[in-house]
Design a protein around this ligand. Sequence first.
Ligand code: GRF
Length: 200
Amino acid sequence: KNIVILISGRGSNMQAIVNARIPGARIAAVVSNRPDAAGLAWAAERGIETAVLDHKRFDSRDAFDTALIETIDRYQPDLVVLAGFMRILTAGFTGHYAGRLINIHPSLLPAFPGLHTHRRAIDEGCLIAGCTVHLVTAELDHGPILAQGVVRVLPGDSEDALAARVLTLEHVLYPRVVSWFAAGRVAVGADGSADLSAVD
Ligand code: GRF
């Protein structure tokens, strides 16, 4: 299966997916909207194709997303993986990749969509926190949940300490979900729902 990974920054989740050497998964390209994303150099050093599409060069979200689709589709992806890709995507984009577009979000969705998830979890007095991998739909940080990982929020936890523990879990969870897709184990129905009965 051809996998295209979208990043905007350090790309530690992208690295975890690449390093997992998932059978049946070929990392066809890593695409960034930011020319200075640290993850780009990391991927290029490993011989992975990279592409940059700077959103600042486009007048509208639609124009950017149309160009992004063109770039991604050159690699004929079976799965598009958002890994710290910090752009809101149009319904045109999410519709184009319906059922083959996934994201990892650093909270236990549906709690805390959006930014500053760890701070909000601490401020709300949550005793657990975690991360969610989900199919991407037009609504930000929504869409059918594919997997979740849970950590304890410890007394006195700082935002950074909690974020670091959740990130360690992200690096385990995300490659695992990609491996399910690579093995053809996630069935997405016509209504967009995910059948997970065949996954481990
Ligand atoms: C992760 O916390 C991920 O959950 C969120 O953005 C961060 C990306 O980190 N969507 P990295 O670029 O993969 O290191």
